[in-house]
Design a protein around this ligand. Structure first.
Ligand code: SF4
Length: 210
């Protein structure tokens, strides 16, 4: 994915009013990093700090993500980080199913544009985007092939901040990243449906990555 495409998509996201989350945002948080990264991370939704700054994972959870990345030899600019929804839910509540459905088109554009070898799913919402019935405690640390995408569910950094005992298993899960990258290929370019646009997804297009 070239940077011009990223910037165009970010402009599209910045003007989006497709779901109720646009009402409370300071700004959209589209995601950032290397648009040609082999490794992508998907979280849940922007929090207060992200909403203020416009970048994903910039608070304490972001620092923890950076630390976990550093332990396996990555820096943030080498990967791409995005969230399932691009606007902050009020009071940091969970994103609702219809909001995720509305925002999905942007995440799909990012994934299909980047074509990462491995997508690390940070927490339940990113995990259930690919594995709808999964429970994070049962699937974390287990790579799954979902269509063309190799995904690895792990605990969300915010969950580790709330429960530090989860850090050790998450470090073990992050240790899988290098071996998984070494044995996987970049997925081929995904065919685009005719009439494709950057607008909000309709019902038929939802979960097309699954
Ligand atoms: Fe924000 Fe996404 Fe909702 Fe658009 S669809 S308003 S970008 S959360």
């Amino acid at each position: 994915m070239d940077r011009e495409f990223v910037e165009l998509l970010n402009v599209k996201i910045a003007g989006c009013t497709a779901c109720r989350l646009h009402q409370g945002r300071t700004q959209t948080v589209p995601g950032d990093g290397d648009p040609n990264a082999e490794l992508m991370f998907i979280g849940e939704a922007p929090g207060a700090n992200e909403d203020k700054i416009g970048r994903p994972f910039v608070g304490r959870a972001g620092q923890l993500l950076d630390d976990l990345l550093a332990e396996v030899g990555f820096t943030r600019p080498e990967v791409f980080v995005a969230n399932v929804v691009k606007c902050r839910p009020p009071e940091n509540r969970n994103p609702q199913a219809d909001e995720i459905g509305c925002c999905e088109v942007y995440l799909r554009e990012q994934i299909e544009g980047i074509r990462p070898k491995l997508i690390v799913l940070l927490g339940l919402f990113a995990t259930q985007y690919f594995l709808p019935d999964a429970r994070i405690g049962q699937v974390r640390g287990q790579p799954h092939q979902t269509g063309p995408w190799l995904v690895l569910p792990v605990y969300h950094p915010a969950a580790i901040l709330r429960n530090p005992s989860l850090r050790e298993v998450t470090q073990q899960d992050f240790a899988l990243i290098r071996p998984l990258l070494a044995q996987s290929e970049r997925p081929p370019q995904q065919p685009r449906p005719s009439g494709h646009s950057h607008g909000p997804a309709d019902d038929d297009s939802q979960r097309s990555l699954l």
